[in-house]
Every structure is written in structure tokens, then in C-alpha cells.
Design a protein around this ligand. Structure first.
Ligand SMILES: [Zn+2]
Length: 245
């Protein structure tokens, strides 16, 4: 067995951990659905507020029109009772005009009431939407804090392992690292298989006496005859072979 298989096995452990951490980092939810809800709620609030401002302007106009209608009626009534008009036909015509103006005035008053009612409804909707928005803002803020904390924690874990990995790689023969790097993606991210009970722990194939012998005698990497992974047999490793970094 190659004398650096222990280090290569350790490298693979680190790479497994890095794979897992990177997966977790990728699966973290950055809260896009909440951001979208937040945007929708803000847009809705803006639309309702716009509608409210339009109603306000319409009600204001209506009030001005109503005031001028009231003035015209007062003026016509003053004319009617002034005694200046004596002709009964003229008087009748004026009374007729006043009646028409009163009807128009009543219509305007109804329309103003309708506008006020709608303003009240829109005002309630503004309050409800604002409350809804505040709730989503709090949820989004909490989610962001959680997400940033988890992200920072995972990134720190990854950084730590990457430094350990670089240290480890510097201790291993480049050709062996190269072989490991080439094999790992092709073998379900396991280029090194441990030997347990004289069998390959990855594919469970029993080692032949020939392989057992080669592992004991040779200093080359020995691969499993069934799955092709480089074999690491901890029992063959002298306890003090790990070089100090
Ligand atoms: Zn195998």
C-alpha cells in the first residue's frame, strides 16, 4: 500500500465534509418568496393610496360645485322674493329654474356622500394593508437575520476546511493527489475505500489473497478489483507514519 494512503483517506473525509457544507449553503433559502410578498404588498398599498387621493380630489371638487350651486339657488330665491319681478310668467319660470337647480343640487349631494363612503372603505383597506405589510416586514427581517447567520457559519466552516485541505495536500505526492482528483468524480466521490475485515468497504468485495499480499508488500497504490477504488487498510499503517505539518 502506498505510504500516504492515510493522508489521502483524510483528504477524502475533508472533501466529503466540504461537499456536504457546500450543499447546505446552496440549499439555504435567501427568502425570495418573502421579498416578493413584500413587494406585492407595497405595490398594493401604493395603488390603494393612489385611489384614495383620487377620491379625495373628486370629493373636494364635488364640494366646491355644491357650494356654488347653493349660492346660485340662494341668489335665485332672493330674486324670486325681492318683489322686483311682477310678471307671473317670469315668476313661474324662475320658480321652475330653482326647482331644477335644487334637483341637481340633491344629485351632487348624493354623489358626495357616495365618494365619502368609498373613501372610508379605501381608508380601512389602507390600514389593513399597512398592518399586513408591517407583519411581512418583520417576517422578512427575521428571515434575513437567520439566513445571514447560517450563511456566515457555513462559509466559516468551509473556509476552515479549505485551509486544512491545502495543508494536507502539501504533504501528499502530487501524482497521488492528481490520481485521487481524477478518480473521485467518476466513482461517486469516493476514490479511496477502506479495507474492513479484508473486504473493500465501498463495494463489499472480499479481497483476494493476491491483493492482501500486494497491500502488505507493495508501496504503490492498490485498487479494488471490483470497484477500482484505491484501498486504504488502516491496520497496515504504522501509528507514527503521519508527518508533522
Ligand atoms: Zn471495491
Amino acid at each position: 500500500m502506498h505510504p500516504q494512503m492515510r493522508l489521502l483517506d483524510r483528504l477524502q473525509q475533508l472533501d466529503d465534509e466540504l461537499d456536504q457544507l457546500r450543499q447546505l449553503l446552496k440549499r439555504l433559502d435567501p427568502g425570495e418568496h418573502l421579498r416578493q410578498r413584500l413587494n406585492e404588498s407595497r405595490q398594493r398599498l401604493e395603488e390603494i393610496k393612489q385611489r384614495y387621493r383620487e377620491l379625495q380630489a373628486a370629493a373636494h371638487d364635488q364640494q366646491l360645485q355644491l357650494q356654488s350651486a347653493e349660492e346660485r339657488i340662494r341668489h335665485a330665491e332672493a330674486e324670486l322674493y325681492s318683489g322686483r319681478i311682477r310678471n307671473p310668467r317670469e315668476l313661474e319660470a324662475l320658480q321652475h329654474d330653482i326647482d331644477a337647480m335644487r334637483r341637481a343640487h340633491d344629485q351632487m349631494e348624493l354623489e358626495l356622500l357616495r365618494l365619502w363612503e368609498e373613501m372610508e372603505t379605501q381608508g380601512q383597506q389602507i390600514q389593513e394593508t399597512e398592518a399586513d405589510l408591517r407583519q411581512i416586514e418583520v417576517m422578512f427581517e427575521q428571515h434575513q437575520q437567520r439566513y445571514q447567520a447560517q450563511k456566515a457559519r457555513l462559509e466559516a466552516e468551509i473556509e476552515k476546511r479549505e485551509a486544512m485541505r491545502a495543508q494536507l495536500v502539501a504533504q501528499i505526492e502530487p501524482a497521488l493527489v492528481q490520481r485521487y482528483e481524477t478518480m473521485r468524480p467518476r466513482l461517486a466521490r469516493k476514490a479511496v475505500a477502506r479495507v474492513e475485515n479484508e473486504a473493500c468497504a465501498a463495494c463489499r468485495t472480499k479481497l483476494t489473497p493476491y491483493l492482501v499480499n500486494r497491500l502488505k508488500e507493495s508501496h504503490d497504490p492498490v485498487t479494488c478489483e471490483s470497484c477500482g477504488r484505491m484501498l486504504y487498510w488502516a491496520a497496515l499503517d504504522p501509528p507514527e507514519t503521519t508527518p508533522t505539518p
